[in-house]
Ligand binder design. Structure first.
Ligand SMILES: *[C@@H]1O[C@H](CO)[C@@H](O)[C@H](O)[C@H]1NC(C)=O
Ligand SMILES: *[C@@H]1O[C@H](CO)[C@@H](O)[C@H](O)[C@H]1NC(C)=O
Ligand SMILES: *[C@@H]1O[C@H](CO)[C@@H](O)[C@H](O)[C@H]1NC(C)=O
Ligand SMILES: *[C@@H]1O[C@H](CO)[C@@H](O)[C@H](O)[C@H]1NC(C)=O
Length: 459
């Protein structure tokens, strides 16, 4: 059965190769309302020539939802196999895995076939789909390796059982293996690597906004699951709206629907967004309120703002920024973050002597300050932070090409680690905002007018 799964995965892999004739294909995308910006496509797609079939926006959407579906199934397969791995012992393992994995494989195959016919029929792929197919190809290879290892693991378990049996015969109890210490709140272990960049686009802004933030809502409202948001700052400090796109490719080609949702009528007023490190969570934007040591929450449904006052002594108005040796990043006093457990805020206070302070933001009405952690890392030595699985990670500037995730704090154990040593390859010198999305385990960065994403790998 292992062999069967292996073979099917390989077949799927070849199919993705077929479906992405990357070297020999250009795309002419006909959008009735707006000419397709070929320049932008090139930055995402690299080099493409000679393919003159037309695709409607509906077709692009169809492809995209197919890919989204496929991605979901693959993730499901991954997690099913992981669960099996944890629960596994004895013969039941083989039977169950056959059943579950085969079910998943059937669905994945159906999706791939649909995708195959769609792409073959139209011989055309949007820039984003090519990227996604590439990503999927990598996933296929990973899955394959995973499966091979499962076989190996299965054999190991058998061996262990055998030797335990033998030990029993000898009248001695088998040893119970010690369980490894947990990392944060997730089962998948600590952050292991950050790969990419994946997406690297200026969207529709053509370099006009150097500062900002973008990403996906980790707890989206119904029918907004594939939406992306952007907050472009004017004059390195303010913004008064959130801009939305119905999908990643819409963001890349710069077709915004439903457009801007306005928070304040002008810049700057009471509820203006100050600074770049904002996040969207559960249909609300969390940000540093203009001229206040407080977190504001803008409810996208009611269009109303409620706020959370931070402790006395909190540094604000560009007095507690992220920095490196050459420079500080203005108005980065408050860094909002999301992870599997919700919303967090990273800041510093006078009494903490400029070290990073982390607090949970409770999603009550109005939002409340939850538990707080004090760290021993100086905020001015840090360029940005993000949360993943209840663990705070901090980055520092190495050179124009590289930032390093150098520090972590596990909120479950209180343990600090200054030797994380994970490299982030930058597309440009400055990362003004950086946030982790638990829905796709991606890091979203806004990097000198570019919207850039990275894959976070764990375990
Ligand atoms: C694009 O393709 C042409 C010919 O197919 C090749 O000469 C050129 O090096 C390619 N450019 C890149 C960036 O791969
Ligand atoms: C993909 O579609 C082509 C053309 O319809 C077909 O010949 C091929 O067998 C399909 N591949 C898979 C794996 O379904
Ligand atoms: C992290 O990923 C990069 C490629 O993206 C690879 O070169 C590097 O070896 C990886 N590091 C670890 C520790 O796995
Ligand atoms: C936004 O307001 C609506 C209506 O009061 C409420 O149901 C919803 O929970 C609010 N959302 C957030 C994130 O506070």
């Amino acid at each position: 059965m292992k062999l069967a799964a292996f073979v099917s995965l390989w077949a799927l892999f070849s199919l993705t190769l077929q479906a992405a004739p990357r070297d020999k294909c250009t795309c002419e995308l006909n959008l009735p309302e707006k000419a397709f910006p070929h320049g932008k496509l090139q930055t995402v797609e690299g080099n493409a020539t000679d393919c003159n079939i037309h695709v409607t926006p509906q077709k692009a959407l169809e492809l995209e939802s197919l890919l989204l579906g496929l991605e979901k199934r693959l993730t499901q397969l991954h997690s099913d196999v992981s669960i099996l791995e944890e629960e596994n012992d004895g013969e039941l393992y083989g039977v169950l895995s056959l059943f579950i994995i085969e079910n998943e494989m059937v669905e994945i195959r159906q999706l791939m076939e649909k995708l195959n016919s769609t792409t073959v029929e139209h011989q055309v792929l949007t820039a984003d789909t090519v990227q996604q197919l590439e990503d999927l190809k990598i996933k296929m290879i990973e899955l394959e390796k995973f499966d091979t290892m499962e076989v190996v693991k299965g054999r190991k378990v058998n061996k262990r059982l055998k030797s335990a049996l033998e030990t029993c015969r000898g009248g001695v109890n088998a040893n119970v293996a010690p369980t490894p210490p947990p990392y944060g709140t997730c089962q998948r272990g600590p952050l292991r690597n950050v790969t990419g960049p994946g997406v690297n686009t200026q969207g529709e802004f053509s370099g006009n906004y150097a500062y900002g933030a973008w990403g996906r809502d980790p707890k989206p409202e119904a029918r907004k699951e594939s939406w992306y948001w952007v907050v472009p700052l004017t004059s390195s400090q303010f913004a008064n709206y959130v801009r939305f796109y119905s999908s990643l490719s819409a963001l890349i080609i710069g077709v915004s629907n439903p457009g801007n949702i306005q928070i304040a009528s002008s810049n700057p007023t009471t509820n203006t967004i100050q600074g770049p490190n904002n996040v969207l969570y559960g249909g609300a934007l969390y940000y540093n309120c203009y001229n206040q040591d407080a977190v504001c929450r803008f409810n996208l449904t009611t269009k109303s703002v409620t706020s959370l006052q931070l402790p006395k002594g909190t540094r604000y108005n560009s007095k507690g920024n992220f920095c490196h040796l050459e420079d500080c990043y203005v108005y980065t006093d408050l860094d909002l973050a999301t992870d599997e457990s919700g919303v967090w805020v990273v800041y510093t206070t006078t009494q903490a002597l400029g070290n990073l302070v982390l607090s949970k933001v409770e999603e009550t009405e109005p939002p409340k300050l939850g538990k707080t952690w004090h760290t021993s890392v100086y905020k001015r030595s840090v360029t940005n932070t993000f949360m993943a699985c209840g663990i705070l990670y901090a980055t520092r500037y190495i050179d124009a090409n590289v930032d390093e995730v150098f520090y972590s704090l596990d909120t479950m154990t209180g343990m600090e680690n200054f030797k994380v040593g994970i490299i982030i390859n930058k597309v440009s010198s400055n990362i003004f905002s950086l946030n982790y999305s638990p829905v796709d385990q991606m890091l979203y960065a806004f990097c000198d007018a570019k919207m850039v994403s990275y894959k976070a790998l764990f375990g």
